[in-house]
Design a protein. Sequence first.
Length: 129
Amino acid sequence: MSYDLMAFEPSKAPKDRTAFMGWYEQQVQWSEDHNYNDCSFCSEALQRFFGELSEHFPNMNVEDEIFEAMEEAGTDNRLTDYSLGSAVIYAAFAYSVAEEAYTTMRKLALKHQVGFFNVSSNDGEIIFP
């Protein structure tokens, strides 16, 4: 299990909660015709957001040397599994960093003017900039 959060391109997502949840379900089918590890397919705002977020929570799909260095330093729990779509960035964090991940991702979403969705919450907080 992981602690999951999502940033999204607000111009692509419906503002009505029911419609948003349908749109979300479509996004997580991962049916776009590209590699979901490449942020060049994301909108410009999402690319800027991801650049800063991944400084705090590096992509777990990194080279072995980086992973080993983080593991040795005891910071491998910060490695995050990202799925990068054209309109969404889905991040699966370790539970041990859930509170920091939430705070950091929410703050950066507001800074970069992208939406924020708390996937792991029962009420699923949705924030538009």
